[in-house]
Design a protein around this ligand. Structure first.
Ligand SMILES: CC(C)(COP(=O)(O)OP(=O)(O)OC[C@H]1O[C@@H](n2cnc3c(N)ncnc32)[C@H](O)[C@@H]1OP(=O)(O)O)[C@@H](O)C(=O)NCCC(=O)NCCS
Length: 188
C-alpha cells in the first residue's frame, strides 16, 4: 500500500483498464465501499465484462492495482454519450469513482479521474460531467471540475409523490425537495 504522495507516481500504481480477472483481485469488494453491490457470480461478472468490452472506447472502466498486494485499490468509469447537438458532439459521463479506504489521500482518486477525463478528451468529447455528493465537491474541484446546474433523479420503485422528479442539489427551486446533497459538476 502506498504511504506517501510521491509513491503514487511510480509504476506500482499505474492506471489501466479493467481486466476480466480483476474480480479475483478485490474489484467487487472495492465497489462495495462506494455503494451496496449485491452478490455477482463469476458468470454474471464475465457476461457484463464482455458486454462492456463490446462498447470499445465508448465505455471504459479503469483500475489501479497495487502491484505489491495484487489488489485493486482504485477504480472509476467513463461513458461516452453521442449527441446530435454540437455538430454530432460527444459528452463524457464519469461514474463510480472509489479508492480503497486504506489508500485515500494519496492522489490515486485524482489519477483515476484524470485518466478518465483524458480518455473523454481523446475521443473528442466537448465536456465531461459527473454527479457527486456535497462532501466530494472539493475533491472534484481539485481535479479541475466546477459546479454547474442541478441534478434530478427518478428511481424505480421509489415513490416521489406528489412530485415525479426530485432535485437533489443544495439549492432547491420551486416545489422540489432535497433528498441528498448531489451536485452536477462539469469539466472542460
Ligand atoms: C472521494 C475519493 C474518491 C477521493 O479519493 P482520494 O484518492 O482519497 O483523493 P486524492 O488523494 O486523489 O485527492 C486529491 C485532492 O483532493 C482532496 N480531497 C480528496 N477528498 C476530499 C474531500 N472529501 N474533501 C475535500 N478535499 C478532498 C485531497 O486532499 C487532494 O488535495 P491536494 O491535491 O491539494 O493534496 C475517496 O475518498 C473515496 O473513494 N471515497 C468514497 C467513495 C466516494 O465517495 N466516491 C465518490 C463518488 S462521487
Amino acid at each position: 500500500m502506498p504511504n506517501n504522495k510521491d509513491s503514487t507516481n511510480d509504476e506500482t500504481y499505474r492506471v489501466r483498464k479493467l481486466e476480466i480477472t480483476d474480480k479475483n483481485k478485490g474489484f467487487m469488494e472495492l465497489l462495495q465501499q462506494l455503494i451496496v453491490c449485491g452478490p455477482v457470480t463469476d458468470d454474471e461478472f464475465q457476461n457484463r465484462f464482455k458486454e462492456f468490452e463490446s462498447y470499445g472506447d465508448d465505455h471504459v472502466i479503469c483500475v489501479i492495482e497495487d502491484a505489491t498486494s495484487s489488489k485493486i485499490i482504485a477504480t472509476g468509469s467513463v461513458f461516452i454519450e453521442k449527441k446530435f447537438i454540437r455538430g454530432c458532439g460527444k459528452v463524457g459521463h464519469i461514474e463510480g469513482i472509489v479508492v480503497d479506504s486504506s489508500a485515500r489521500g494519496l492522489q490515486l482518486g485524482k489519477k483515476v479521474v484524470n485518466f478518465l477525463a483524458d480518455h473523454a478528451r481523446s475521443t473528442g468529447c466537448y465536456k465531461v460531467i459527473l454527479d457527486c455528493s456535497a462532501d466530494n465537491k472539493a475533491f472534484y474541484e481539485k481535479c479541475g471540475f466546477k459546479e454547474k446546474e442541478i441534478q434530478m433523479i427518478f428511481v424505480r420503485g421509489v415513490n416521489f409523490s406528489p412530485f415525479l422528479f426530485k432535485q437533489v442539489n443544495s439549492s432547491p427551486v420551486g416545489h422540489s425537495q432535497q433528498v441528498e446533497g448531489a451536485i452536477e459538476i462539469y469539466f472542460i
